[in-house]
Design a protein. Structure first.
Length: 354
């Protein structure tokens, strides 16, 4: 038995002695009460009888209490023994844990030593291997500085080249405009004829004579127009049937203008059953500019009281209510044409209401 069990055993004996003392005191009290009862009479006898019953009940209660205390002490002893066993097991576990912790500390120390030695080795290897790399980086820095200087020089040269290129582009634009103007001036002597059946003119050497007869017959001319050259342009692909255009070069501009004045808009030109169309010979660049005004022309095609035309070098003139306006931008011409259509449609609606 442990020291705690030994210290608790005397406590149990002390409690038993105290209970015995209490019982002796009650017995003494009972004897004294019996001596006093001998001197009492009547009602005192009845009271003594009741006192005996109460004393018996108290004694029984004390006996029960003593039994309960003994049972409680036994349970406490068993609990104490169980706790001692648990404490011993817990102490053993704690000892085992402490030993494990000591072992882990030793392992950690060994690991720290190995880690430090490995870090030192890696650092030494790094310094040995990358010493040359560091030197190379230093050289690269010098090279980068030189390259930055060269790049700055190149950028300044590029700026100057861009400025000179801009100047050259402006010159080229002016030259292109001049070439286009010269080409257009030479084309002023030309007219294009569409719709003449392929081969109707016969041999190429007979083209001038054929075109002279054609113009004289179509426009009922009294004199033959003065023509220098007439020939077809383009080539005929095999398996396809269509008529190439005929370009006619006149000797003077007055003959060209005379023919153009004879053309009445809306009147069909025919020759030997062929439907003809005759118009000026413009360069491809001018033709492309003029085609951009096609939406505006289509918008104004059936509008009454409006006159319009497309002129060199790619402008459109619109005359409405005695006011003539010229447009070099196709979008503005289309907007103006749409406004005219709205006005004329509104006026037509007002007349119908009236």
């Amino acid at each position: 038995m442990s020291r705690d069990n030994r210290s608790r055993a005397p406590k149990k004996n002390t409690i038993s002695l105290q209970l015995e003392k209490v019982l002796d005191t009650l017995q003494t009290t009972e004897e004294g009460s019996e001596e006093e009862d001998s001197y009492r009479q009547g009602s005192l006898f009845e009271m003594a009888t009741k006192g005996d019953k109460e004393e018996k009940e108290v004694k029984q209660l004390l006996l029960d209490m003593n039994a309960t205390i003994n049972i409680t002490l036994e349970k406490m002893q068993s609990m104490e023994s169980h706790m001692e066993t648990s404490m011993e097991k817990l102490s053993q576990k704690i000892d085992n844990t402490c030993s494990e912790l000591k072992e882990l500390k030793k392992q950690n120390k060994e690991f720290d030593k190995r880690l430090k030695s490995e870090c030192v080795r890696i650092e030494n290897d790094y310094n040995k291997k990358f010493k040359g790399v560091k030197d190379d980086f230093g050289k690269l820095d010098e090279i980068m500085e030189e390259m930055e200087k060269e790049i700055k020089e190149i950028v300044s040269e590029i700026k100057s080249l861009k400025q000179s290129q801009k100047t050259e582009e402006e010159k080229l634009g002016r030259m292109t405009d001049k070439c286009l103007d010269l080409e257009s001036r030479t084309r002023r002597y030309n007219l294009r004829i569409l719709g003449v059946k392929e081969g109707r003119e016969g041999h190429e050497s007979q083209a001038c004579t054929f075109v002279t007869d054609l113009l004289k017959d179509v426009f009922e001319l009294s004199e033959e127009p003065r023509i220098d050259v007439a020939n077809r342009v383009g080539y005929v692909a095999q398996g396809k049937k269509y008529s190439r255009q005929i370009i006619v070069k006149f000797r003077d501009i007055s003959s060209v203008e005379f023919i153009l004045k004879k053309i009445i808009h809306g009147k069909k030109l025919t020759y030997r059953g062929d439907n003809l169309r005759i118009f000026r010979d413009y360069s491809p660049e001018v033709v492309q500019k003029m085609r951009l005004f096609t939406p505006a022309r289509h918008t104004l095609r059936d509008v009454p009281g409006v006159r319009y035309g497309i002129y060199f070098p790619g402008k459109m003139k619109i005359s409405y209510n005695g006011v003539e306006r010229s447009f070099a931008v196709p979008g503005k011409a289309l907007n103006y044409a749409e406004d005219i259509v709205k006005k004329t449609s509104g006026q037509a609606a007002d007349k119908e209401e009236d």
